[in-house]
Design a protein around this ligand. Structure first.
Ligand SMILES: [Fe+2]
Length: 465
C-alpha cells in the first residue's frame, strides 16, 4: 500500500488538491435553488479559479522564498508572518463577501485604515485572479504548440520512413532547457502584468472620468428638440471608494457641459442605506434648464430606501420618476420622459413577470406623436421593451458599470458586464428602438476600473433615421 502511494505520489497529491479546490468552491457557491443553474455554474467556476489562483500564488511565493532567502528557520518565520497577514486580509474583508453572496448590507467604513486594507485586498484579488488566468492561457498555448510540433514531427517522420517512428526516437527531442527557462521567465512576467494593471485601475482608472458624446437619431423628434442635449449620470454608488468629493467633481464636469436636461439612472448608494442623504446632497448641485430627473436602481430596492431617497431628491428639486412621466416642453412642443423602478423577483421568472407588469404601466404613459424616452436602471429590460413594442423610442440605462474590467478595445462586449447581459455598455438598436447603457461613475465589489472608465454621457438628439 505504502509503496503504491510512493509510486503514485504526484498523481495522488494532484487528485487530493483538485478535490479540495472543488469542495471549497462548492461550499462557497450559493445553492442551485437560490440562484438557478446558470449562476450556480458561474459562481462555482469563479470560486474554483479563485481558490486555484491563491494556491498557485502561494506556491510561487514559497518558491521565491526558497530561492532568495537563505536558511530554513528564517524562511519558516517569514512564511508564518506572511501567512498571518494573508489570513488577516481575508478575515477583515469577509464582510464584503457576505454582502455579495447573501445581500447582507455592510456599512461602508470611510476611515483611512479600512480603505487601505480593503484597497490592498481587492488589488491582490483582482491581480492574482487575472494573473492566474493569463498563466493558464500561456500554459495552454505553450502546450498546444508543443503538441502540434510533436504531431508534425511524427507526420514528417512517417512520410520519410515506411514504418512509423519509434516513440523513443521522438523522446530524444525534448524542449531545450534554454527554451523552458525562457518560457518560465516570460510566464512570470506576463502573470505579473495584471498586478500592475490592477494598481493602475485602483489608484487612477477608477476615477478617470470620460465624457462620452452620443448622437441619437430619431425620426419623430419634434423640430424644437433638434440638438437637445441630455446629460446622463448613473451608478453613483457612494461609499468608501466613491466619496462625496468625487461625486461633486462629476457634478461640476456635468454642469460645465451645459446640458439641456440631466437624467440619473439609479444606484445612488452601495451597501449602506444610511448613505442616501450624502448621495443626494452630492448630486444636488446638478443644474439644467429643463431640470434633473431620475429613476431608481437595484441598490435602492435592496436597501429599502426607494420612498425615502425619492423624498430626499424631491427636496433638492430632483424628480425621481416611479412609473411616472414628465413632459419636457420647448417652444410649444413636447418630449415625453418616463421612469420606472427596478423590477423585483427572487428568480428570473418572477423578475420577468414584474418587468411585464411595469412595461404595461409604461404603455399607458407613452405619448403618441412625439419621442418617448424611458429611464430604467437595468439594461436587460430593453429586450422586453422591444419585444412588447410599447412605443418607446430611446431607453437610457446603467447598472453594468461597463463590467469594470473590460477588453472592449479588443472586441466589443468582452467585459464582465456581459456575464449578466448582452447590453453591457454603449449604444444598441433592436427593432427600431435604441438603447444607451452608461458605464456609471462609481464602483461596487472591487474598487477597480480597467478598460471601462467612469462615464458622463451627453446624448444629443437629432432628427433623422
Ligand atoms: Fe450599479
Amino acid at each position: 500500500m505504502i509503496s503504491f502511494f510512493r509510486a503514485h505520489k504526484p498523481v495522488i497529491s494532484r487528485v487530493i488538491t483538485f478535490s479540495l479546490v472543488a469542495f471549497g468552491a462548492f461550499w462557497l457557491t450559493p445553492s442551485w435553488s437560490e440562484v438557478g443553474p446558470f449562476y450556480f455554474l458561474l459562481f462555482f467556476a469563479i470560486f474554483v479559479m479563485l481558490i486555484a489562483s491563491q494556491l498557485f500564488w502561494i506556491r510561487r511565493v514559497l518558491d521565491l522564498g526558497e530561492r532568495f532567502i537563505p536558511g530554513k528557520p528564517q524562511r519558516a518565520w517569514l512564511a508564518v508572518i506572511a501567512g498571518l497577514v494573508y489570513l488577516f486580509f481575508w478575515v477583515y474583508n469577509y464582510g464584503s463577501w457576505e454582502s455579495v453572496n447573501s445581500h447582507i448590507f455592510r456599512t461602508a467604513d470611510p476611515r483611512l485604515r479600512s480603505v487601505l486594507i480593503e484597497a490592498a485586498f481587492w488589488w491582490w484579488l483582482v491581480g492574482s485572479l487575472a494573473g492566474f488566468a493569463l498563466v493558464i492561457v500561456f500554459w495552454t498555448v505553450d502546450r498546444a504548440t508543443r503538441d502540434a510540433a510533436r504531431v508534425y514531427r511524427y507526420a514528417r517522420a512517417g512520410a520519410g520512413q515506411a514504418a512509423a517512428p519509434k516513440p523513443g526516437a521522438i523522446a530524444l527531442d525534448p524542449p531545450s532547457h534554454a527554451r523552458r527557462h525562457f518560457l518560465e521567465q516570460t510566464a512570470v512576467l506576463v502573470s505579473a502584468t495584471p498586478f500592475v494593471a490592477a494598481g493602475y485601475g485602483l489608484l487612477y482608472g477608477r476615477q478617470n472620468v470620460e465624457v462620452v458624446r452620443q448622437r441619437i437619431r430619431l425620426a419623430c423628434l419634434p423640430k424644437a428638440f433638434e440638438g437637445f442635449r441630455i446629460a446622463q449620470l448613473s451608478d453613483v454608488h457612494i461609499g468608501s471608494f466613491t466619496t462625496a468629493d468625487y461625486i461633486r467633481r462629476c457634478v461640476t464636469i456635468t454642469n460645465g457641459l451645459k446640458p439641456d436636461l440631466v437624467v440619473l439612472t439609479g444606484d445612488y448608494i452601495s451597501w449602506d442605506p444610511e448613505a442616501e442623504g450624502e448621495a443626494v446632497r452630492a448630486l444636488a448641485g446638478l443644474r439644467a434648464p429643463h431640470g434633473v430627473f431620475g429613476c431608481l436602481g437595484n441598490h435602492e430596492e435592496e436597501g429599502q430606501i426607494e420612498e425615502s431617497i425619492t423624498r430626499l431628491f424631491a427636496a433638492q428639486g430632483i424628480r425621481i420618476l416611479r412609473q411616472e412621466r414628465a413632459a419636457i416642453r420647448l417652444s410649444g412642443e413636447t418630449l415625453n420622459l418616463i421612469g420606472i423602478d427596478e423590477a423585483r423577483g427572487r428568480d428570473f421568472t418572477e423578475w420577468k413577470h414584474d418587468v411585464y407588469r411595469r412595461l404595461q404601466q409604461v404603455k399607458e404613459l407613452v405619448m403618441p406623436g412625439t419621442v418617448n424616452i424611458l429611464l430604467v436602471h437595468s439594461p436587460p429590460v430593453f429586450y422586453f421593451v422591444t419585444e412588447l413594442g410599447i412605443g418607446i423610442d430611446l431607453t437610457l440605462a446603467g447598472h453594468t458599470h461597463g463590467g469594470q474590467l473590460s477588453l472592449d478595445f479588443v472586441h466589443r462586449g468582452l467585459n464582465l458586464g456581459r456575464l449578466e447581459t448582452h447590453y453591457s455598455s454603449g449604444w444598441y438598436e433592436r427593432s427600431g428602438v435604441q438603447l444607451y447603457v452608461n458605464r456609471g461613475i462609481g464602483t461596487t465589489g472591487f474598487p477597480i476600473r480597467l478598460g471601462a472608465r467612469p462615464e458622463i454621457t451627453i446624448v444629443e438628439l437629432v432628427r433623422g433615421v
